[in-house]
Design a binder for this molecule. Structure first.
Ligand code: FAD
Ligand code: SF4
Length: 508
């Protein structure tokens, strides 16, 4: 054997640099399902099924091309982790070299390199050209910047790609239409939203479901609703469905939430993108085409392109820039355990029971549910960032560390002290009341800070300001909120502190 091409579960891309120069006569592809990848974060069953099913479908595609795929399936080998499984096969096949593209998790960069070194086999790691901003380009952009900001990076990427540009100026005279993207649905709720295209499990996916139930039956979440795209053809259909039915309203209601409506106008494309079944270029170009053809407004298309060309590329750059230390960041010194309700949804707080419920049912919640419900509550409560990270990595079908960690530690928990977000995303229950219908029918009142009907978000919001008063008193975007806290007299502050302490003892 000449080259063994190591392919990880989130590298399912026929155009991958791993295949450059591939010669089926002398090269082979190596893929493995190992328990460690399913259990180091206690993965949702849907996350396991989407990864394993997409991997098995991809292996079939490669075999149909006449390529050799050495596939180590769950239960068919004795190895606990990737390093062990690879080491055994390097001994058996004795390839001249191993080739892989940049893994999406820092720990695997080392695991693959060290395993090959121990076996005395040359290891080549190639660029992951799925991304629009190669890591050296991001490093050059970061160089000398004290305070990196996504907006600056995004403008640089707009210029780099020429997308939504008129010469050197942004299309429509604005870089960003975010202020058009904050609508809630009002009391009557959303108009009927076109249901996203579903992909009922085929025979191979059903086989994988049985494997997951057998080996990982005690893992969180259910499979009854599983309908995610697991092949490139399905992912392309999902993209087309989003662009034609939901993209035109994407931006306007991006921050809105509604009971029983997990998808609203969201794309549902993150998992297909992160598995590399879809390429970010083709996804953005499909949206740009819809705008040019007059089928989607500029504000919606700009908002969507910003998520992918801006946020998605930015968080990847930051992740590799800040690893390995990023995992240990805890700028606010948060030390509480993650409440059990994150795994069960069992709580009287309706916003949390809805969001965790969607998460357990589908392996999905949309961005504002992740940021301003589950993320916000953990931040206000003061949960250890590492525990929050482990939860987000476990429960979403799109979770891979390069994208999950900066969003969780940086954007949602402010654990990096302001690298990813310029201020902590803190708000009281009134934000949730404004952006959703969750508070209707909840036994708490988002306007109340203390007392039996006080909304826990509101109590903990004021408590957060109180606990971090010194740190944020001079912060340009938080000092107004701290000034409001200063208006509370001593009895009000004592009552607030007592209520927050009792919440930490016993959550509703
Ligand atoms: P849409 O809302 O329709 O957005 C379109 C696309 O833009 C997404 O498919 C995604 O590829 C990209 N995108 C949007 N926001 C972000 C962002 N902040 N960072 C990176 N890409 C973005 N996204 C993941 O892909 N994997 C994760 O593990 C993940 N963890 C998150 C954890 C927290 C605490 C938060 C606040 C956000 C997280 N996100 C993560 C970002 C975002 O919530 C999801 O990408 C989005 O909800 C996926 O659903 P969608 O495809 O319907 O996206
Ligand atoms: Fe959530 Fe508070 Fe609203 Fe209840 S009242 S749904 S706990 S924000």
């Amino acid at each position: 054997m000449r080259h063994l091409i190591v392919l990880l579960g989130d590298q399912l891309d026929l155009d991958s640099a791993a295949f450059d120069g591939f010669d089926p006569a002398v090269d082979a592809v190596w893929m493995a399902e190992v328990p460690a990848e399913a259990t180091y974060a206690w993965s949702h069953k849907a996350r396991l099924v989407i990864f394993l099913s997409a991997m098995r479908h991809f292996a079939e595609t490669l075999r149909a091309r006449g390529w050799t795929v050495q596939y180590r399936a769950t239960g068919a080998h004795p190895h606990a982790d990737l390093a062990g499984a690879l080491a055994a096969d390097l001994t058996q096949f004795k390839p001249q070299g191993v080739i892989a593209v940049e893994p999406g998790e820092w720990r695997l960069w080392h695991a693959l390199r060290d395993t090959c070194a121990a076996a005395g086999v040359a290891y080549t790691q190639r660029e992951d050209r799925h991304f629009l901003c190669p890591l050296p380009m991001f490093a050059a952009w970061m160089d000398g910047r004290k305070q990196p900001r996504m907006e600056h990076f995004y403008r640089r990427m707009r210029q780099h790609t020429g997308w939504l540009m008129r010469g050197t100026e942004p299309e429509g005279g604005q870089w960003n239409f975010d202020h058009d993207n904050r609508d809630s649905f009002g009391r009557d709720g959303p108009r009927p939203v076109p249901a996203p295209l579903r992909f009922p499990p085929d025979a191979l996916t059903r086989e994988v479901m049985a494997v997951v139930e057998h080996h990982y039956g005690d893992h969180p979440g259910g499979l009854a609703a599983f309908d995610w795209p697991v092949t490139r053809d399905e992912a392309l259909e999902a993209l087309d469905d989003f662009v034609t039915t939901r993209l035109p309203q994407f931006g306007q209601y991006q921050d809105a939430m509604w009971t029983g409506q997990p998808w609203l106008y969201h794309a549902r494309l993150s998992a297909a993108l992160n598995l590399k079944l879809l390429n970010p270029r083709e996804v953005c170009e499909a949206a740009l085409r819809a705008w040019r053809d007059g089928e989607a407004p500029l504000a919606a298309v700009e908002g969507f392109v910003r998520q992918i060309l801006g946020w998605r590329e930015y968080v990847r750059g930051l992740y590799f820039h800040r690893m390995p230390g990023y995992l240990d960041d805890n700028a606010l010194g948060a030390d509480q355990p993650l409440p059990a309700l994150y795994w069960t949804g069992d709580t009287a707080m309706r916003c949390l029971s809805e969001t965790v419920g969607d998460t357990l049912e589908h392996g999905y919640a949309h961005h504002i549910q992740r940021l301003m419900v589950t993320g916000l509550f953990a931040l206000l409560l003061g949960v250890r960032p590492r525990a929050v990270h482990q939860w987000y990595l476990a429960v979403y079908v799109d979770a891979v560390e390069w994208v999950e960690l900066p969003n969780t530690l940086g954007m949602s928990q402010f654990a990096d002290g302001g690298v990813m977000a310029s201020k902590p995303y803190v708000a009281s229950g009134k934000y949730i009341q404004r952006m959703s219908n969750y508070c209707q029918g909840c036994r708490f009142d988002p306007a109340l800070r203390t007392g039996p009907r006080a909304c826990p978000f509101t109590t903990l919001y004021w408590d957060f300001l109180d606990r971090h008063r010194e740190r944020f008193a001079g912060h340009p975007r938080l000092k107004m909120q701290i000034r409001n806290l200063d208006r509370l007299d001593e009895p009000a502050l004592s009552a607030l502190r007592a209520q927050a302490a009792s919440l930490r003892e016993d959550l509703p």
